[in-house]
Design a protein around this ligand. Structure first.
Ligand SMILES: N[C@@H](CCC(=O)N[C@@H](CS)C(=O)NCC(=O)O)C(=O)O
Length: 210
């Protein structure tokens, strides 16, 4: 059975768990507590030498990097259409997943770290200079995503794809991470439609603090 190694509060973990739920893949949850340094244990470092989660194990095949995991799981379940087979449609989805890592995620990760992780891990107050820099970067790229979503239900068109599962999860933390989404009605509309997905709700339930 598919094993998913994850730290519940992480949006990168959410990407994988939400897709696993959406594709209705049975899985064995392997919770890893990053706050206790469990990612540095030799058994986990043997799976991912970067000592970062999420990681999956699929009958002996180990894969890390959340967006690569999304592509793999979607490709294994082609009937669900989460990663189109037509080359241009597929390239469009990949483009948004690469854009996620290069441009979208870094600013969001900084805001999440400064406002959420620091509180969780008792690492002190947010650094105003880092927050300001992340916000400037966020606004630059949020305008691009806002334009892309105008006239489209989802990022790559009217069908849900793994691009949505890459780009959406960090916005689940928009309120506590103080991500300035107020001026982006298309982004808010799109994220609300992701929140309404049964798979999104099941994942929120799974990762909720107990
Ligand atoms: N590019 C990787 C990033 C993975 C990553 O940075 N994971 C973080 C949590 S969100 C982690 O495991 N951190 C543990 C550490 O820094 O020790 C991916 O998308 O999977």
């Amino acid at each position: 059975m598919l094993k998913v190694h994850y730290f519940p509060p992480s949006p990168r973990a959410f990407k994988v768990l939400a897709l696993v739920h959406h594709l209705e893949i049975p899985f064995e949850p392997r919770v890893l507590d990053l706050l206790k340094g469990e990612q540095k244990q030799p058994e986990f470092a043997a799976l991912n030498p970067n000592m970062l989660m999420p990681v999956i194990e699929d009958d002996g095949f180990v894969l890390w990097e959340a967006n690569a995991i999304l592509q793999y799981l979607a490709a294994k379940n082609p009937a669900r259409g989460m990663l189109p087979e037509e080359p241009r449609a597929r390239a469009d989805v990949s483009r948004w997943q690469f854009w996620d890592l290069a441009h979208w995620e870094p600013s969001l990760a900084t805001m999440i770290f400064e406002h959420v992780v620091k509180k969780l891990a008792n690492l002190g107050e947010p650094d105003p200079a880092k927050v300001a820099e992340a916000q400037t970067r966020f606004h630059r790229f949020a305008k691009v995503l806002e334009g892309q979503l105008r006239g489209r239900r989802f990022v790559a068109g009217d069908a849900l794809t793994v691009a949505d599962f890459s780009l959406g999860p960090a916005l689940n933390l928009a309120v506590p991470a103080q991500i300035p989404v107020a001026d982006y009605p298309e982004i808010r509309r799109w994220h609300a439609s992701l929140m309404a997905l049964p798979a999104w709700q099941r994942t929120l339930d799974l990762v909720a603090p107990r």
